[in-house]
Design a protein around this ligand. Structure first.
Ligand code: F6P
Length: 540
């Protein structure tokens, strides 16, 4: 169903006309208890929507839209293993990966939970062995370095969570990540390592991805050369995380070192599958279990809470409000935690690969905006870079501020200083600074126009008591489900990614030219001229 043809969408459009010029200052004056009314609690997170350009009526109307688009019914379908990834004919069951209740979830009549638990047990056993120093390399040396080779969902998630939770981790194991096909990435990572003490995790759902396979081959050659030249070393220094067991075996990885997952796990939703193995190794089994428990808590909250109290649904609805009625193009994710420095990058894939779609579920081109451009950096670095534009620029940029009451570790007064910025930035965005205030500060007349802050710039605050494995798990699930809800509201398919195919396909043709020093006739004049430039300068 086209959401923009529904009476609920039209009601929102009318309502937008009525409230679009209301300033957040007025909204807070009219309703001093606004924060109380527009705050939500769930799975250990507190979400304050009051500094958004909404009223309680806006939310009522947005809830009506969620009802008519059957958001909760669609969520049920996902959790029950229905094949909601229609264009790939697959179920979408990342929720099964952290289903610590173990209640059966069936795909084609078969419960997936025994398989999930089997692989988790295999991962745990492997991690224990490695942590106890019992998993030895080809020449009998213990493993001290883990290198994850993957890209996209097989890289961003483990990397983001490793960075997020490294304070809880095993500092004695060194974890690094290779993703870019640029040879510099492998070279710079490998330069630091001793092959005898290094374990490679080749993470690829398909085990065909060009970047990953190229990097894995490079690592294999480096490993064999560095451990005495015996190809059998691969079996002791490589493990694989994949759905493609045949291709893994062909690479030379021992059967017991393959950690399987399934086609109903989307790459960008695979963090709690075997793709999480580097986290179990680098952070510990308990940390990984706690992380999954956090995911599960938010999954339950999402599945069972009414629309009016549901964090992911309300976060999604407010996003849609800006995207489709205010015409906002982007969403800035601003974690006030250095540990979450890869969080915006992770959800660039999570959100943009899921909802960057222009065709609806009936195969028609949509006549409304879909997924936002997601970007961001941690506070306070971002404040000294791009916040200027958010405060005084001409674009409306909805922002999500993510913060924690207590630091992971106490470091003098850093936490108070960090969080004073978290609160102050949201105040500045919402309420701005007017002429009267500037005059009272004796601002020179000619500078007033430049020093004005119009305010009325929206922010959502997300807070948890502390960054822990559990709170991070719940936070990731919150955004995953937000993305899901928006996909339902926009009537698009969120779980395929056909948009990444064309570039891959064309690269094959270009690679042939680059390898052979030719310029094929079928290129356009721009590509042909760039290839000529490349050939001219390739060897200096
Ligand atoms: O970029 C496309 C994509 O298919 C992502 O969805 C996926 O996370 C990534 O490539 C890596 O794929 P694989 O795990 O199969 O190597």
């Amino acid at each position: 169903m086209n959401p923009s043809s529904t009476p609920e969408w039209h009601a929102l459009a009318e309502h937008y006309e009525q409230i679009k010029d209301l300033h957040l200052k007025e909204l807070f004056t009219l309703d001093p208890d606004r924060a109380g009314r527009l705050s939500f609690e769930g799975a250990g997170w507190h979400m304050d929507l009051s500094k958004n350009r909404i009223t309680t009526e806006t939310l009522d109307l947005l809830w009506d839209l969620a009802r008519v688009m059957r958001v909760q019914e669609e969520a049920q379908r996902m959790f029950q293993g229905e094949k909601i990834n229609v264009t790939e004919g697959r179920a979408v069951l990342h929720v099964a990966l952290r289903n610590i209740s173990n209640e059966p979830i069936k795909v084609d009549g078969v419960d997936v939970m025994p398989g999930v638990n089997r692989v988790l047990a295999q991962m745990r056993e492997f991690a224990h062995k490695l942590h106890k120093g019992e998993f030895l390399g080809h020449r009998g040396k213990p493993i001290k370095n883990i290198v994850n080779i993957g890209i996209g969902g097989s890289d961003l998630g483990p990397l983001m969570v490793y960075e997020a939770l490294k304070a809880y981790g095993k500092r004695d194991l060194h974890l690094s990540f290779i993703s870019n096909i640029d040879g510099a990435h492998s070279a710079e990572v490998l330069r630091e390592l001793d092959p005898d003490h290094t374990l490679f995790i080749v993470a690829s759902k398909t085990f065909t991805t060009q970047e990953t396979m190229t990097n894995a081959e490079t690592a294999k050659a480096w490993l064999i050369q560095g451990t005495g030249g015996d190809p059998k070393a691969v079996a002791k220094h490589f493990v694989a995380l994949s759905t493609n067991l045949e291709a893994v075996a062909a690479f030379g990885i021992a059967r017991q070192n393959i950690f399987e997952f399934w086609d109903w796990v989307g790459g960008r939703y695979s963090l709690t599958s075997a793709i999480g193995l580097p986290l179990m190794l680098g952070l510990g089994v308990d940390v990984f279990d706690e992380l999954r428990a956090g995911f599960f808590q938010m999954d339950r909250h999402f599945l069972t809470s009414p629309i009016e109290k549901n964090l992911p649904i309300n976060l999604a609805l407010v996003g849609l409000w800006y995207n489709n009625f205010f015409g906002a193009e982007s969403l800035a994710m601003l974690p006030y935690s250095q540990y979450l420095h890869r969080f915006p990058a992770y959800f660039q894939q999570g959100d943009m690969e899921s909802n960057g779609k222009g065709t609806d579920r009936e195969g028609n081109a949509v006549n409304y905006q879909t997924g936002p451009i997601v970007w961001g950096e941690p506070g306070t670095g971002g404040q000294h870079a791009f916040y200027q534009l958010i405060h005084q620029g001409t674009k409306l940029i909805p922002t999500d501020f993510i913060g924690f009451a207590a630091p992971v570790e106490e470091h003098g007064d850093h936490q108070e200083k960090l969080m004073s910025n978290f609160f102050a930035q949201q105040k500045a965005l919402a309420f701005g600074k007017g002429i009267e205030e500037l005059k009272a500060e004796k601002c020179p007349e000619e500078l007033i126009a430049y020093k004005l802050f119009s305010g009325n710039r929206p922010s959502t605050a997300l807070m948890a008591p502390k960054l822990t494995p559990k709170s991070v798990g719940a936070l990731i699930a919150l955004y995953e489900h937000k993305v899901f809800v928006q996909g339902v509201l926009w009537n698009i398919y969120s779980f395929d990614q056909w948009g990444v195919e064309l570039g891959k396909q064309l690269a094959k043709g270009v690679l042939k030219d680059l390898s052979e020093g030719t310029v094929s006739k079928d290129h356009d004049s721009s590509t042909a001229s760039l290839l000529k430039y490349y050939h001219l300068h390739r060897r200096g």
